[in-house]
Design a protein around this ligand. Structure first.
Ligand code: ZN
Length: 491
């Protein structure tokens, strides 16, 4: 079986002022040709694809084209999209003829010149492969599913959980592709767009309304003839013309069943829409007081407005400013992205003290720098090998460990994973379990600290990924959309 393989993924925050370039992609690994298989063995969607092939004993001729993961950040520049498209097209032309194409995508990427990057790339792939070649995609369930994506895909499978399991999703999509190529199934898709956009505070699939919705999808998959059922609660910071939630149902040559189940699942989301809007975050001053008063650590302060896995650049100063204002004297860990501060720390060297105007230089529409005098405790940074959300490594650029009282700040040139993985601190010889408080730049991906977490406090902070969506200057989103507008029905 000759299968072309590619992964081109990025999650765009429309309200993040920075741009995503090839350099951004290189932070998380940009690989081509044979290197793709070497690097992604056992990791991410492509790792899942390879595992599925081995499990099924597929007589596979893998034709790897590109592995490009750009993390979550501002829109792609036009040149970046042009590069990725050119590599994709050339790779497919070189690989031809193929029996199928495993095309891993995020689904919520936008470029300066293209609000639907995935639809654009799928159209380009379809142009090369022609109408008969199966294209199956594993997708992030925070994708913005568009008409163009649906027109060119043969089948799709979205993540089943938040936090995501990209390896598992890759496996599911690969099994669907292999069965399609063998002619064992004939994927038939139906989808519904749902005019809903809600904040991220109810996005975990382990409890609450999201669990109920995803559990229903799993139950529907048990019906005979159903190949996959995917709810898509779109990530809420994408200002795109087709923005909004969706559901996609794939059946084995049963269009009527696909339509019926898609309708059912869309209706369920609409019926429980109020429960998705429950806020858990509290004001920053109250959050810091609660963390200080907590009987034991580790207390996570979730900086909801500055989620680096949601598209924010990781340079928010709101929680740091409050920690300093309250004179917090408990061991506290915090990451911040500030290339200028790193340069200053490198200049003075380890052991020196320096006054800084820290952070607030990237998402300047939300944050301001904060004055802090700190000691440079250590210098470090570079590429860190740790499996985080489907990546095998990440590069945080040069970094410095700053000490201000008992507050330890990892300042880095690039966001990397924003301190959301202990490797960022262990790299400086710090064991996060020994701290009382840690600031995480995520509202959902707490899993890497799960073993040592005593409490998670969501903090209502402004920023490119803030929960209060009504404060963003929406321009492209289709209206009316709930809850920004009132609507009597979803259809
Ligand atoms: Zn996601």
């Amino acid at each position: 079986m000759r299968i072309a393989i590619a992964h081109i993924g990025q999650e765009t925050g429309s309200f993040t002022p920075t741009r995503t370039t090839l350099d951004t992609f290189r932070q998380f690994g940009l690989y081509e040709g044979a290197e793709v298989l070497a690097k992604m063995q056992g990791v991410g969607p492509i790792g899942g694809f390879l595992a599925a092939a081995a499990e099924e004993g597929v007589d596979l001729t893998p034709l790897p084209i590109i592995q490009a993961w750009g993390g979550a950040n501002g829109p792609l520049t036009a040149e970046t999209l042009a590069f990725l498209e050119a590599r994709l097209v050339a790779g497919l032309q070189q690989a031809a003829p193929v029996d199928g194409f495993f095309f891993s995508l995020h689904g919520a990427a936008a470029a300066e010149n293209e609000p639907d990057v995935e639809g654009h790339l799928l159209a380009a792939a379809r142009q090369v492969l022609g109408p008969g070649t199966p294209i199956v995609a594993p997708l992030d369930h925070h994708a913005n599913v568009t008409a163009r994506m649906m027109a060119h895909l043969t089948g799709l499978v979205a993540h089943r959980t938040q936090p995501h399991l990209p390896f598992e999703t890759g496996k599911l999509a690969a099994h669907l592709l292999f069965a399609t190529v063998r002619g064992a199934v004939q994927p038939t898709m139906a989808w519904r767009k749902i005019p809903i956009i809600t904040h991220q505070e109810q996005f975990l699939t382990s409890h609450g309304p999201m669990k109920a919705w995803f559990d229903r999808a799993r139950a529907l998959e048990q019906q005979p003839g159903v190949l996959s059922v995917s709810p898509f609660p779109m990530q809420p910071w994408l200002d795109a013309p087709e923005g909004g939630w969706a559901v996609v149902v794939v059946t084995n040559a049963n269009p009527a069943l696909a339509e019926q189940l898609a309708e059912q699942l869309a209706q369920m989301a609409w019926d429980q829409r109020d429960s998705f809007m429950v806020y858990e975050s509290i004001p920053v001053a109250e959050a810091v007081r609660r963390a200080v008063d907590a009987p034991r650590g580790l207390v996570i302060l979730s900086d909801t407005g500055d989620s680096v896995f949601g598209g924010a650049p990781g340079d928010s100063t709101h929680i740091l400013r409050e920690l300093l204002a309250q004179g917090v004297d408990q061991p506290t860990l915090l990451p911040i992205v500030d290339a200028e501060a790193v340069a200053a720390a490198v200049r003075v060297g380890a052991g020196s003290q320096l006054p800084l105007e820290l952070g607030g230089k990237l998402a300047t529409n939300f944050h301001r720098p904060v004055a802090v005098t700190a000691t440079v405790a250590a210098l470090g940074g570079g590429r860190i090998h740790a499996e985080v959300v489907g990546m095998e490594s990440f590069d945080m650029g040069r970094a410095a460990l700053l000490q201000a009282g008992l507050i330890q700040i990892v300042v880095s040139e690039r966001e990397g994973v924003g301190g959301n993985h202990p490797a960022v601190y262990r790299h400086f010889g710090i064991e996060p379990a020994h701290a009382k408080i840690i600031v995480l730049k995520t509202a959902s991906n707490f899993q890497y600290y799960a073993d040592v977490t005593a409490e998670i406090i969501r903090v209502n902070t402004p920023g490119p990924t803030m929960s209060h969506l009504e404060h963003f200057p929406w321009r492209a989103l289709p209206r009316p959309i709930w809850p920004l507008d009132t609507r009597a029905d979803w259809r």
